[in-house]
Design a protein around this ligand. Sequence first.
Ligand code: XMP
Length: 523
Amino acid sequence: MSQTSHDRLLIIDFGSQVTQLIARRLRELNVYCEIHPYQNVTDAFLTEFAPKAIIFSGGPDSVVREGSPRPPKAAYDLGVPILGICYGQQVMMNDLGGKVEAGESHTAEFGRAYVTPTEAKIDFMNGWFLGGLGREQVWMSHGDHVSHIAPGFEVYATSPGAPFAITADLERRFYAVQFHPEVHHTPNGKTLYENFVKDAGFTGDWTMDAYREEAIRKIKDQVGDKPVICALSGGVDSSVAAALLHEAIGDQLTCVFVDHGLLRLNEAEEVVAMFRDHMNLKVIHAQEQELFLGQLEGVSDPETKRKIIGRLFIEVFQKYADQIEGAEFLAQGTLYPDVIESVSFSGGPSVTIKSHHNVGGLPEKMGLKLVEPLRELFKDEVRELGRELGLPASFIGRHPFPGPGLAIRCPGEITREKLEILRKADAVYIDQIRKHGLYDEIWQAFVAILPVRTVGVMGDGRTYDFACALRAVTSVDGMTADYYPFTHEFLGETATRIINEVKGINRCTYDITSKPPGTIEWE
Ligand code: XMP
């Protein structure tokens, strides 16, 4: 549990796919909230957390099933407003004396629906949800339904499949909705959350400025005058974490930037120059290109590549960190979604598609304590904080770049020659995207150099050079993705530029695979 001094809202998670979106909507309203799986929310937890309001999330289970998830009874006795959503609504009705019935086909609703206020309650509804429209589009996803509302509740809106689409007990300030106000397909859902938090007395004190002050104070409290090490990758998360730590503890922080020889054109120099020269951070530039490329020689299996890079990264990092006398702390740019993922009761990865590498496991091995100053933030909040800390906008908005770097954009064997060609082609491609003003519309764009040479003709001569694939995808979180619909003009112009400007490539293809079934990277 975090130690924040802001007003806090507790989201009790019953396993809905969209619980994180509730937190997003609330953070947009400058309300501090945390998601906790229902099993962890004990009476003692509630007392310590002291929420100003509670939300029960949706969930896949059925309230009528014996042993299905429940909030602690004490939640109802805290005297704070509670909002129940979908499964959360059914749980609330069930706990407070109403009745829920298992799904039958005629009462199940999935997808778009419309809620209409009950005649006499239009005033309440206008204030709470409707823009005076009379009815509102919402997104439903329920099999079970409430058949009797609990004593004290009244019905405020109905939908064709949900006679109790919105119910409330205004005296106790308990609200229950059958639909999901947090999703995009409930266009005015934010208004509902806004009214809920206003009613609960939140003042909107969760601002980035306030967060920054508080984070700095907490870092100082945690590390005192001890040295801290940070693995700087050049990505947004580790960069923002480093900048924040530097502001908090100055020269107590040393960053280690591991250069594995698999970075993009001029990347290492730019990252080191920015942090060392412009921001005055202590940065160790670990030039270990030979080590990594040497051990990758002759390796073409993607998982073997990843394992080698992951292992070497940890070894190298440890070697440099050992030189920092008295270091007790390791800083990491862990974000809130990673934290939720690791405590989620339903979540957790199943099969390994790709083994990602990071410095996990390292703190225990080296006897270091963790400092994670971003663990309460979502990605877009990290970007905002980065801007507050004065990192350049171009840096903050950079596309994600994988830990194993260009190794996984070079299917088959990695050679220095191929890496050289790949760096140049990638630079031309990104330049094209920026020139056409498309960079910010795209989640990630890069070139992969293919393990095949093809025949071409340039001037009057025959060429026999590498083919490359251009990749550009749109995505929200990297979990699913679609290819970016460039115009033919853009693709033609870019292919021409790459083939003309990059010696060693004579053919360009555009990858139009979505994820799934593809992945974003080629390996
Ligand atoms: P895939 O290829 O799995 O990639 O669709 C999804 C996102 O994750 C990035 N990625 C990685 N990031 N270490 C990282 O830090 C890794 O090993 C790694 N592999 C993939 C990828 O660039 C995309 O943004």
